[in-house]
Design a protein around this ligand. Structure first.
Ligand SMILES: *Cc1c(COP(=O)(O)O)cnc(C)c1O
Length: 296
């Protein structure tokens, strides 16, 4: 009977290859973060995907969409701007499916990202660090313009990206919860770079964002993002990336405004890729004084 149990449970099952095993991530309650008994906070642990981030879903959707349209053939080079996670996910899938991958990434990202991308066989083109990931987007667009042999999935403008969540992540959440009172994401304050998040006021609004479906926006500082990343670890033993700390902070605030119900957010990645940035060891004073212009 053990076999049946595994076969039917999230995160279990049997798959033809690593790409097929993407998704079916666990939904974890965070009882110690909840401000009142009737309000339950849930984290969808997307860090439990094959490369450790939610971007595995997006990368698979982008590649399969291109394959279905006949836009790519094995051997063709895929080009994509990224600050890391999407690139790592694409690299895993492209290696498996036989596409060389070139990623454009800001030169000042953490060393772990460069290492992981190289391990999965991607070629890295660095963009100017001070321009952050918007600089990587611009550079990749220029390269694609100049050389038509590249196929650029373009995560920021490709509807296959949100559809991966609409048809995957969202359905998995709704299979576990009868109702969701609030689904929470977060936006960093402008000029306050939070690794993994992006301010829409920094001059680039991805074409796939539909702002009309947001009920409201709550901004988060980098300091709060780091403090809450550590709270997730210290109070709930969830080792998460910095964007998850930012979102957890907002989720707890929203939970405090409700009388009952379920508040859900996504843990987009785990903490491994952020270790070298020191966020788990900085003192509160050091966090206060972090140089906000450094984009890790
Ligand atoms: C996925 C994502 C990006 C881009 O991801 P990379 O891993 O940097 O390629 C940027 N901003 C947000 C909010 C995202 O979710």
């Amino acid at each position: 009977m053990a076999v049946d149990r595994v076969g039917n449970k999230p995160c279990g099952g049997r798959y033809g290859d690593i790409v097929e095993s993407i998704g079916n991530t666990p939904l974890i309650e965070l009882p110690r973060l909840s401000p009142k008994p009737g309000v339950r906070i849930w984290a969808k642990l997307e860090s439990r995907n094959p490369t450790g981030s939610v971007k595995d879903r997006v990368a698979r959707a982008l590649i399969e969409d291109a394959e279905e349209k006949g836009a790519i053939m094995p051997g063709q080079t895929i080009l994509e701007p990224t600050s890391g996670n999407t690139g790592i996910s694409l690299a895993m899938i492209c290696r498996r499916r036989g596409y060389p991958l070139k990623v454009v990434m800001p030169e000042n990202v953490t060393a772990e990202r460069t290492q992981l991308l190289r391990m999965y066989g991607a070629e890295i083109v660095y963009s100017e660090g001070s321009l952050g990931s918007n600089g990587a987007v611009e550079k990749a667009l220029e390269m694609a313009e100049a050389d038509s042999s590249y196929y650029m999935p373009y995560q920021y403008g490709n509807v296959a990206n949100p559809n991966a969540h609409y048809n995957g992540t969202a359905i998995e959440i709704l299979e576990e919860l009868d109702e969701v009172s609030a689904f929470v994401a977060a936006e960093p304050m402008q000029g306050e770079p939070v690794q993994g998040l992006r301010s829409l006021d920094d001059g680039f609004i991805p074409p796939i964002i539909d702002l009309s479906i947001l009920d409201r926006k709550i901004f988060v500082t980098n300091r709060d993002a780091i403090i809450w990343t550590r709270k997730l670890l210290e109070e709930e033993s969830v080792f998460a990336g910095v964007s998850s700390g930012a979102i957890a902070r907002v989720a707890v605030r929203i939970a405090g405004e409700l009388d009952e119900g379920n508040v859900v957010f996504i843990v987009a990645d785990d903490g491994w890729k952020y270790l070298s940035s020191g966020i788990y060891t900085l003192s509160v004073d050091e966090i206060e004084n972090l140089d906000a212009t450094v984009w890790w």
